[in-house]
Write a protein that binds this ligand. Structure first.
Ligand code: CP
Length: 312
């Protein structure tokens, strides 16, 4: 398989901050195209893609495995205990070996972006970040696909994001802020906000595009008439929080019918998995304005777009 980065090197999708706005728009259009059935043949026929998940996953792992197969690639799946990384082999040596055999590696790691950067520090195997502690770029692709399919545009959309400034929020902020006139209102518990460097970066993108990224740590005076209300699980991948009293901090940030009704026309988004009764009530998640399960399906189309963009 040939590379497509324009310099003979394989593309990676490790952070959205590596992807310029034009290419991000192209990725979203590719994803919407897949959702609408515009697939021609098996563009990844002959490719072999590693699917390496060190953390639990239902949607992302299934989406990338299905996407690779639908595009004609073959896959090798690695669980958390399968690679010699566990017995002390370095990430650099792992990358050197895998890149001689695989065309792409989709990886959900447990650590920092450094690990993914080390995997991507070679030129023959694309590396796709399937969620790291800091950022979940392919979730944002699915989210933008969902908004695009629902509203027919991204420009000018207003989104209220309620909950932890986790990897989903980071990716959403880095993505939505590129599109003119968008407004992302984040309401995050104090001490659980966006990574400060990411906040600066997203606000920089917003300043350049005429968008807004605004973060506050309370639920007072919610913005009215947003297009979407988005929340996320309080314990990403089930991870405990060191503060034993974290639930008291998070409790006011539950999305219930009153929060959703603060914007009567808004749709409801959730990256899933959900815990009904924690970050969202069942009434909202299972209600008529929820498009969370369409959003989950869109992970398949965004995975197809990411794989084709990186590997074809
Ligand atoms: N939203 C998401 O990444 O879901 P999984 O953890 O199930 O992959």
């Amino acid at each position: 398989m040939g590379g497509t980065a324009g310099n003979g090197l394989r593309r990676h999708l490790i952070s959205l901050s590596d992807v310029d706005t034009a290419e991000l728009g192209r990725l979203v259009r590719m994803s919407v195209g897949f959702a609408e059935g515009h697939r021609r043949g098996e563009p990844l026929s002959g490719a072999v893609v590693g699917i390496y998940f060190r953390k639990t996953s239902t949607r992302t792992r299934t989406a990338f495995s299905t996407a690779a197969l639908r595009l004609g690639a073959r896959i090798i799946s690695y669980g958390p205990d399968d690679l010699q990384l566990n017995t002390g082999e370095t990430i650099e040596d792992t990358a050197k070996v895998m890149s001689r055999m695989l065309d792409g590696l989709v990886a959900r790691t447990t650590g920092t972006m450094r690990e993914l950067r080390a995997l991507g520090d070679q030129s023959t195997m694309s590396v796709i970040n399937a969620m790291s502690a800091l950022e979940h770029p392919t979730q944002a692709l699915a989210d933008l696909t969902t908004l695009m399919r629902r509203f027919g545009r991204l420009e000018g959309l207003r989104v209220l994001y309620v909950g932890e400034g986790n990897s989903t929020a980071v990716a959403l902020a880095l993505a939505l802020s590129r599109f003119p006139g968008t407004k992302l209102y984040l309401r995050t518990p104090a001490g659980y906000g966006l990574d400060p460097e990411v906040a600066v970066q997203a606000k920089g993108y917003a300043a350049a595009s005429g968008a807004l990224v605004e973060e506050r740590h309370d639920m007072a005076e919610l913005p009215r008439d947003v297009d979407a209300v988005y929340t996320t699980r309080w314990q990403t991948t089930g991870t405990d929080k060191p503060d034993p009293n974290w639930r008291e901090l998070f409790a006011p940030f539950q999305v219930d019918q009153d929060v959703l009704d603060s914007s009567p026309e808004a749709v409801f988004l959730h990256d899933l998995p959900a815990h009904r009764g924690e970050e969202v009530t069942a009434e909202v998640l299972d209600g008529p304005r929820s498009i969370a399960f369409d959003q989950a399906e869109n992970k398949l189309y965004s995975a197809m777009a990411a794989l084709e963009w990186c590997i074809r």
